[in-house]
Write a protein that binds this ligand. Structure first.
Ligand code: GUN
Length: 298
């Protein structure tokens, strides 16, 4: 069997970040506008703090201006909504990202629905989700699923006519990814299936029909080799901490795919870390530049 191709998301993401940096410089030179993204972080979830800090650093490297509003965990829903309104109205800010999860007392859907669709670089607002579903009009696709499609395209992996099975039905990844796969364009045109825990014992039967198998259910190492067709392309969106006494930290990061065993069967596979993860921020930059370009024209 030919050697399994390991998809290097870190390299592809760096390539995209570089392209965005050049394009944002040109945009700034042409129109005197510096793309600007605003982050809102509520509370002190350590993982969220790291994510937002990294997003800020990456935005800076791309030549964007950025600002992070750090709000205490006891911030009221109304106070957060007021801040969202003020960013919506600030014409200098092109992108707005409210980091999730939010504290329990704040209804995430209220926040998502208030973010201006034109600034919603996460692609979570129902207007953006709806336009993605319709496949028409201006919208932002959520960054992780868009990153999966972009990664396959840049790797020269043909998607058209293939059966893409996505395990996981989240609004962040599973559902939008299925729509992106099924869209009628040159990067997609696949037959898409959303599989999930509701499949019960039939899950393996379904995943074995996948030419492209995407694991996005948030269950460590759950996709085992017997669930994968020989020669399939396997994309792992999972990011889970599992205990590992051999590590100084006491844990290690694993995906939703049993990588070591699945690798022996797949024709191509994404590692964790260094696969889909870095693509998410790269696509966020792409969306932010796109937001600035669209807002200039509007
Ligand atoms: N939390 C985990 N992933 C994401 C993301 O893509 N966007 C936001 N806003 N919060 C997240």
């Amino acid at each position: 069997m030919p050697e399994t191709h390991i998809i290097d998301g870190k390299r592809i993401a760096a390539e995209i970040r570089d392209e965005v940096r050049v394009d944002s410089m040109r945009f700034r030179e042409a129109y005197g506008i510096q793309p600007r993204i605003v982050f809102i972080l509520v509370g002190n979830n350590p993982a969220s703090e790291v994510y937002v800090r990294n997003k800020g650093i990456t935005a800076e490297e791309a030549g964007f201006s950025h600002e992070t509003h750090k709000l205490p965990a006891n911030t009221s829903e109304e106070a957060l909504l007021d801040l969202v309104r003020s960013v919506n109205e600030d014409s200098r800010s092109h992108g707005l990202l409210v980091q999730f999860p939010l504290p329990q007392h704040i209804r995430e859907e209220r926040v998502i629905e208030l973010i201006s669709p034109a600034k919603d670089v996460d692609g979570f607002n129902p207007i953006n989700a709806g336009r993605l579903s319709i496949g028409k009009g201006q919208y932002f696709a959520p960054c992780t699923p868009a990153g999966v499609i972009e990664m396959l395209h840049r790797e020269g992996i043909e998607v058209a006519g293939k059966h893409a099975v996505i395990v996981g039905r989240s609004n962040l990844v599973g559902k939008p990814l299925a729509l992106l796969f099924a869209q009628k364009n040159s990067h997609a045109n696949a037959v898409a299936t959303i599989a999930h825990t509701g499949a019960g014992e039939r899950l393996g039967e379904i995943t074995r029909t996948a030419d492209i198998l995407v694991a996005a259910m948030g269950a460590p190492l759950a996709i085992t080799a017997d669930m994968v067709k020989e020669g399939a392309v396997v994309v792992d969106v999972g990011m889970n901490r599992i205990e590992d006494a051999s590590k100084k930290s006491g844990f290690r990061l694993v995906g939703d795919v049993d990588y070591d065993n699945v690798k022996l069967k797949a024709s191509a596979i994404t590692p964790v870390p260094g696969g889909v993860g870095p693509m998410t921020i790269a696509m966020l930059l792409k969306n932010t530049l796109l937001a600035a370009e669209r807002q200039r024209r509007s």
